[in-house]
Design a protein. Structure first.
Length: 159
């Protein structure tokens, strides 16, 4: 099917890897569900709870700076960025969405530490709910899975 992601058949062995999750507090009813999904994914892939750092920031705009600090610390193999930006009546949506997207990509490229993008950018709250454990799955889980895959790729490349 077009647009579907091929996922690994079963859990990957991410034991020994350390992850950080940066989660925006704005739209917390959504981002907390994304966080639950990300934690579930990491546990499924063999990452113990004590190998996961969770850092909260006010909103999606602040995600890149927090991710940058975590990446530069040298304490994490990958970072999962979680947030939710819902379109409103002003151009604020575009500014915040673009800043988060470009900033997080820059952190990954500048530091070489994978940063997965789990920031929902939706037209309304119903769409966000559908992607935070609803009918469209949990994009926090998906973002953590991408972080695991990228961290394992980076580990293999350095061996």
């Amino acid at each position: 099917m077009a647009g579907t992601k091929k996922t690994p058949e079963g859990p990957l062995d991410a034991s020994g890897l350390r992850f950080a999750i940066v989660v925006a507090e704005f739209n917390a009813e959504i981002t907390e569900r994304l966080l639950e999904g990300a934690r579930e994914c990491l546990a499924k892939n063999g990452v113990p709870h004590d190998q996961v750092t969770v850092q909260r920031v006010p909103g999606a705009f602040e995600l890149p700076l927090a991710a940058q600090g975590l990446a530069r610390s040298g304490s994490h193999d990958a970072i999962v960025a979680l947030g939710c930006v819902v379109r409103g009546d002003t151009p604020h949506f575009e500014y915040v969405s673009q800043a988060a997207t470009h900033g997080l990509q820059r952190v990954a490229l500048d530091t070489g530490i994978p940063v997965s993008f789990g920031v929902l950018t939706t037209e309304n709250v119903a769409q966000a709910e559908a992607r935070a454990g609803g009918e469209h799955g949990n994009k926090g889980f998906d973002a953590a899975q991408a972080a695991v895959e990228m961290a394992l790729m980076q580990r293999a490349a350095t061996r």
